[in-house]
Write a protein that binds this ligand. Structure first.
Ligand code: GAL
Length: 509
């Protein structure tokens, strides 16, 4: 029987509605549509936590312009608690937090910041404090009552409830449901170190998942306590170097999407175990991989170099790009040796790699990583850069290959040490959306950005120069991208098409 026009229209409308709800930037709870940013005490302070530390850090985040760059959450990690009250509710250690947690949340909120809290999907936290397995509903409600905006949820003492994706899923889903049931928007950050492949199943119930054992403040030092060099790992461990985590992340980065991110772990920038180039590489690669960017250093004692890395708005704009697509590793040389799960990561000694990712509005990010000890001249062809366009629907022409691209160096307008120092000693507040195109040798005004006033999406749409870096070259159709990359260093470019061979200017018609 022939279908009526109304039935076709109804089907078309249903498909359109499906398209409207299935694509685009959203998440199961509406949060972390771009990767979350903030600070966590663990990397720099471990268990030495108290109210004063959080308040002092928060104040400096505001004073240094870090809040306005997007570092929103102040996350209190392990060791804050003192067991449970007689009715079973978690309680704060009164010596460390004399005014209680509601007070901490209120203070942070009054400063325009969010409050992050920590527990574990186990009987105890990793430092053996009371944790939330079996207590999810009560603990989620306690956090909501305190005004918590973010939960980091660890994996210690899980009483054997792991080893299959379903066991781990169920354990983490219990807290996800409990948080949603409170009615308070609480960003949910899973910390199960990649066990049972969370990148395959966490998108519908968490905003991010750790994909590795704990980072430590080393660029590439092998450590027996972090034995795995691939994502397929039964002993995530800790003391994982930046290169170890980056290589483990490479094959799974495409599993991220708006609202659900691979978490490469908190940043070590500023903790003095790496060189400036190594920290730039760490920061850049976490950013373009679309990892949450959680500062892990003592903000109150930042050096100018540390502040200027965390404040690079041109790199942050890649991380916060509205499209939410992670950059991917296109090639690695020499090829990473497979099947050596327990080998030391000695292959990083001469390793170079090239990464690209699509950005909103047709731009691309391209990054050269040189993990070798000395400088390297690195090159990528247009076929490398647009590999996904070349290989997807490959019977169609690839317009990008025939276009001319402006190349913007995203570290060329790094804030000078003098400017950063002036901010640190309080002589200067951050300039809002400075537009002087200053470069690394310039001083004032500071080339940075205020994302509280103008979102990264709006700033990018308006071509704010603080977000674009410095144009250093153009790449002709079928051209090659070249970079001089220091040892243990990175070069990150934003590529913007001039319009392409097919699109002539009016006066050429
Ligand atoms: C680890 C976690 C770290 C930190 C620590 C606290 O399991 O990965 O980021 O939270 O526990 O004990």
């Amino acid at each position: 029987m022939a279908r009526s026009i109304w039935s076709y229209l109804a089907t078309a409308a249903a498909l359109l509605a499906l398209k409207a709800t299935s694509g685009g930037a959203s998440s199961y709870n509406g949060l972390a549509v771009t990767p979350q940013m903030g600070w966590d005490n663990w990397n720099a302070f471990g268990c030495e936590v108290d109210e004063e530390l959080l308040m002092n850090t928060a104040q400096k985040m505001v004073d240094f312009g870090l809040r306005d760059l997007g570092y929103h959450y102040v996350i209190l990690d392990d060791c804050w608690s003192d067991g449970r009250t007689s009715n079973g509710s978690l309680q704060a250690n009164a010596a460390k937090f004399p005014h209680g947690m509601r007070y901490v949340a209120d203070q942070l909120h009054s400063m325009g910041l969010g409050f992050g809290m920590y527990s574990s999907a186990g009987k105890y936290t990793c430092a053996r404090y009371a944790a939330s397995l079996g207590m999810e509903k009560q603990d989620a409600q306690t956090f909501a009552d305190w005004g918590v905006d973010y939960l980091k949820y660890d994996n210690c003492y899980n009483e054997g409830q792991e080893g299959t994706s379903m066991l781990t899923y169920n354990r983490y889903k219990a807290m996800s449901d409990a948080l949603v049931a409170t009615g308070r928007p609480i960003l949910y950050s899973m910390c199960n170190w990649g066990m049972d492949y969370p990148w395959n199943w966490a998108q519908t119930m968490a905003n991010s998942w750790r994909m590795s054992g704990d980072v430590y403040d080393s660029f590439d030092r092998p450590d027996a306590r972090c034995p795995c060099t691939t994502y397929d790992c039964r002993l995530p461990g800790f003391h994982c170097s930046v290169m170890n985590i980056l290589n483990k992340a490479a094959p799974i980065l495409n599993k991220a999407q708006p609202g659900a991110w691979n978490d490469l772990d908190m940043l070590e920038v500023g903790n003095s175990g790496m060189t400036d180039d190594e920290y730039k590489t760490h920061f850049s690669m976490w950013a373009i991989a679309k990892s949450p960017l959680i500062m892990g250093t003592d903000v109150t004692r930042m050096t100018p170099q540390t502040l200027s890395i965390y404040s690079n708005a041109a790199i942050l704009a890649i991380n916060q790009d509205p499209l939410g697509i992670p950059a991917l590793r296109v090639w690695q040389s020499p090829a990473q040796r497979q099947n050596e799960t327990y080998s030391v990561d000695a292959y990083t000694a001469s390793e170079t790699s090239f990464w690209t990712g699509q950005l909103n509005g047709g731009d691309y990010v391209a990054a050269f990583v040189n993990a070798g000890p000395g400088p390297a001249t690195m090159m990528a062809t247009m076929n490398d850069i647009f590999i996904d366009q070349v290989t997807t629907g490959s019977n169609a022409p690839v317009p990008q290959l025939m276009q001319t691209w402006d190349v913007f160096d995203l570290w060329a307008n790094r804030m000078s040490d003098a400017s950063a120092q002036a901010i640190i000693v309080g002589n200067m507040t951050m300039a809002t959306n400075a537009t002087d195109g200053s470069n690394a040798t310039s001083t004032l005004p500071v080339q940075t950005y205020n994302a509280t006033a103008t979102s990264y999406a709006d700033g990018l749409a308006a071509n704010d120069p603080a977000l674009l870096g410095v144009k250093v070259s153009t790449m002709a159709p079928m051209g090659t991208l070249v970079a001089q990359v220091p040892g243990h260093g990175v070069v990150v470019y934003r590529l913007r098409s001039q319009g392409g061979a097919g699109r002539r200017k009016r006066d050429e018609l």
